[in-house]
Design a protein around this ligand. Sequence first.
Ligand SMILES: [Zn+2]
Length: 394
Amino acid sequence: MGTWGPGQTESMHESLRLGRVRGIDVGINWSVLVIGWLLAWALADGEFPALAPGYGDVTYWLVAVVAVVFFFGSLLAHEVAHSLVAQRAGVRVVRITLWLFGGVSQFETEAQTPETELRIAVAGPATSLLAALVFGLVAVGIDRVGGSALGVAVAGWLSVVSVVLAVFNLAPAAPLDGGRVLHALVWRSSGDTAHATKVATDWGRRFAYLLIALGVLVLAAGYLDGLWFAFLGWFLLTAARAESTQALLHGALAHLAARDVMTPNPIVAPDTAAVATLIKDWFLVRHCSVFPLADQSGTISGLLSLRQVRRVPTHERDHVLGRAVAVPRAQIVTAAPDDPLPSVLEHMGHASGSEGRTLVFNGDQLVGIISPSDIQRALDLAALRNLPAGPDRS
Ligand SMILES: [Zn+2]
């Protein structure tokens, strides 16, 4: 299976790096080694002896390992195709990871037009079909020249699996490729990407439930393979849900600017004060957990949080200055009042050293501060205004 998109789950990042293709990190998740081994076992012990009887165990195992390597290679080709088409269309691709259920390409930006999205989505399955054709021709070729039956079996198996991969991925269910195709088509005809996301993720959920139900039926019939379908369905369900939530949040905040959510005119503390003074006269009496610090000319020089002052040992608080432990100005995330909120959020997400805060400047003048609770409040208000029944949890 192959999926692609901006948001991915954390578990995929634990991977073994294979290398780089045009600036894109390519890695393999540890789960792939387990899956590869299970697959090789199934092929060496069942599939290949049935298709081409009469060889030794070692031969079956060697050939099975080669087949699995080619299989993962074709999965990788599928993902690389998505990524290269995306890159050519100006989408930033961060990494490709092979993991439990196939490949995942992680993009930092999204397709700008439905046509681009369509091309990126179709590139993967098209590559799988091409691989199927090549493997199929190899199988026919080996057969024609009277080559080994095992060679025909391996190439034939790879060809069939590649077709299955392409067809499965074309199911019109986000986050599968077919779901992206559906999204692009609805987007093109309606001009509304939020509506397109709803349609594609709704189908994604239906498809996932179908897979889970199928898995349970197969399990009930006594085949352990059902577990695989159920797992896959559960994974798709999680991914489809995450995507629709993300789209809702994005939609709710998209029309806001930094000035709409910031807490205006934050209280500023002097950067020449000692930590003890700052605790006594600022943190304890004014209900803030973060203060911008200003030098004597009034220029903002740092950002001091409760977390940082608590790290200063009690006996040192009288002579350590606030500015010595504060986030220096250069590391503070800043925004202009009219900056769109999604881009502000993106910056906040990437910066770790700014205590989760963004300072809003109008020219040189500090006019506001944005904290995670400001974002939360904006989300809650957006939910009140736009979604009468609360956030979509269906
Ligand atoms: Zn794909």
